[in-house]
Design a protein around this ligand. Structure first.
Ligand code: ATP
Ligand code: MN
Length: 465
């Protein structure tokens, strides 16, 4: 451990105030008071709450006190005492104050008032210093930790799948190319196509849209693996639930069929919700007070209810019978939209729902084909407020079925030789799914726009910072 000469606000707020000298370092949230007394609210990001520092103006240089403005960074040292005020348990009676960094009140954009989320996105370099973003980023951290803990405790191995990939079978059209060719002078082959032989990797490469295919290779050796990394999709969907760069958690398990896959998905998200309730209380209370009074009830609700499990076909019947006017009409064979998913979860069942057995034509080539020759063993987990939070499936492990589907869908079979080989040598039934990390954070925090649950969002026409 590193020995520091200061103490975190989080620790100070629960320390026994015995008049012991303490040092705190952080950013000023507010300074108020009179000629006789100054109150400084200081935050260091360790917790949503501030510590109060009390200073006697007579004991300090007036210029120094004047520089203690919202946003300034300071150190304060003095005895920790029980607070006379009702707003906080303890306070520091400052004997010394040092200013590390000024924040000119005329120019510092984060003055004490409520700013719009849109404005805060424009100052993503400073927004971590707000209560809201401090809380979001702490919860992100705790959830990432809980994910690793869950898998570690359950015998899964963390497998690092590549970010740059030569496989483009999954997200045709939605991928970001990776190249170091000079775009103004592209080398051409004799027939006029771009000559990727001259590119860095000697072939076309992209940023990954999912670690699944490589994850499967790991599962067919280590039995249970997961990947947790950044994922990139050049989909032009400007929605509150899509990012061009997001993080995905993808477990992949040998010897799991669709039932075990659903069991894992349900147990996994429930354990994450429980972890948040146990470890992020202050931040959850902050979100429920400032943004969403039903947040904590909704989290408990997910924990306490078994998820509904039903087929796509049954869900479509419910949607049609509902008599609702949909923006996107529903019929068997069409993909469900967020409005349909949310109707099922929020109005019809009022519970999280896992839908399975989707029409094969709206799902990927690698899903296990059912006997009916029409549906595949895909599964989507649908959540209140979010819609789809998890997408997964039992994988097609039978060589003949997989090869036939690849041909039917006109996928580049020769590029998939390595994937097909796992079905030729020691194939095994297996399953997996992908949880969108930011969709999880949306659910846990009650925030409504995915741009506000990642430090630096990447969306169409926006890659600032
Ligand atoms: P959607 O229909 O919502 O676009 P999808 O069917 O494309 O999702 P999958 O390919 O199954 O999603 O990806 C697995 C999970 O990754 C999704 O359930 C979701 O939680 C998350 N996800 C997918 N696309 C995005 C995105 N653009 N931004 C953030 N998360 C995403
Ligand atoms: Mn999508």
């Amino acid at each position: 451990m590193v020995t520091l000469n200061h103490t975190k606000v989080k620790e100070l707020l629960t320390a026994e105030p015995k008049g012991q000298d303490v040092t705190v370092k952080g950013w000023v949230r507010t300074r108020r008071g009179s000629k006789k007394i100054a109150f400084i609210a200081l935050n260091d990001g360790s917790i949503v709450h501030n510590i109060q520092i009390v200073a006697d103006p007579a004991a300090f240089d007036p210029d120094l006190l004047k520089s203690i403005t919202t946003g300034a960074c300071i150190r304060a040292t003095g005895p920790l005492v029980r607070s006379a005020g009702s707003g906080q348990p303890v306070e520091i009676q400052a004997k010394e104050i040092e200013i590390y960094g000024h924040a000119d009140p005329e120019k510092y954009p984060l003055q004490k008032k409520r700013h719009s989320m849109e404005f805060l996105r424009e100052i993503a370099h400073l927004r971590p210093r707000t209560n809201t973003f401090g809380a979001v980023f702490r919860i992100r951290h705790h959830m990432a930790y809980a994910i690793h803990q869950y898998f570690n405790e359950n015998g899964f191995f963390y497998l690092h799948t590549p970010i740059i990939t030569g496989s483009d079978c999954e997200g045709a059209g939605e991928m970001f190319h990776v190249t170091n060719l000079d775009l103004n002078r592209l080398p051409k082959t004799p027939d006029g196509a771009i000559d990727y032989n001259q590119d860095f990797f000697g072939r076309e490469t992209n940023l990954t849209v999912s670690g699944q295919l490589e994850g499967e290779l790991g599962a067919l050796a280590l039995s249970e693996i997961y990947t947790f990394g950044p994922t990139f999709r050049a989909e032009n969907s400007n929605t509150p639930r899509h990012l061009a760069e997001f993080w995905m958690v993808e477990p992949e398990m040998a010897f799991y069929e669709i039932k075990e896959n659903m069991d894992l998905a349900e147990d996994f998200v429930k354990s994450l919700v429980r972890y948040a309730l146990d470890h992020c209380r202050d931040d959850l209370q902050f979100f429920s007070k400032m943004y969403d009074p039903e947040l904590i009830d909704r989290l408990h609700f997910v924990l306490e209810n078994s998820f509904i499990r039903m087929s796509y076909t049954e869900a479509v019947e419910i949607l049609i019978k509902s008599g609702k006017k949909w923006e996107f009409p529903v019929s068997w064979g069409s993909d469900l939209q967020a409005e349909h998913e949310r109707y099922l979860v929020e109005q019809h069942f009022k519970k999280p729902v896992i839908l399975t057995d989707y029409p094969k034509d709206i799902k990927a080539f690698y899903m296990y084909q059912n006997e009916d020759n029409k549906t595949v063993r895909g599964m989507d987990v649908l959540f209140p407020k979010i819609g789809e939070i998890i997408g997964g499936s039992q994988r097609e492990h039978r060589y003949d079925y997989l090869a036939r589907r690849i041909r039917e869908m006109n996928l580049p079979e020769k590029d998939m030789w390595w994937y097909l080989e796992t079905r030729r040598f020691g194939t095994a039934p297996h399953s997996g799914f992908g949880l969108g990390f930011e969709r999880l954070i949306l659910f846990i925090t009650g925030m409504t726009n995915i741009r506000d649950v990642i430090p630096f969002p990447r969306t169409p026409k926006n890659a600032n910072f």
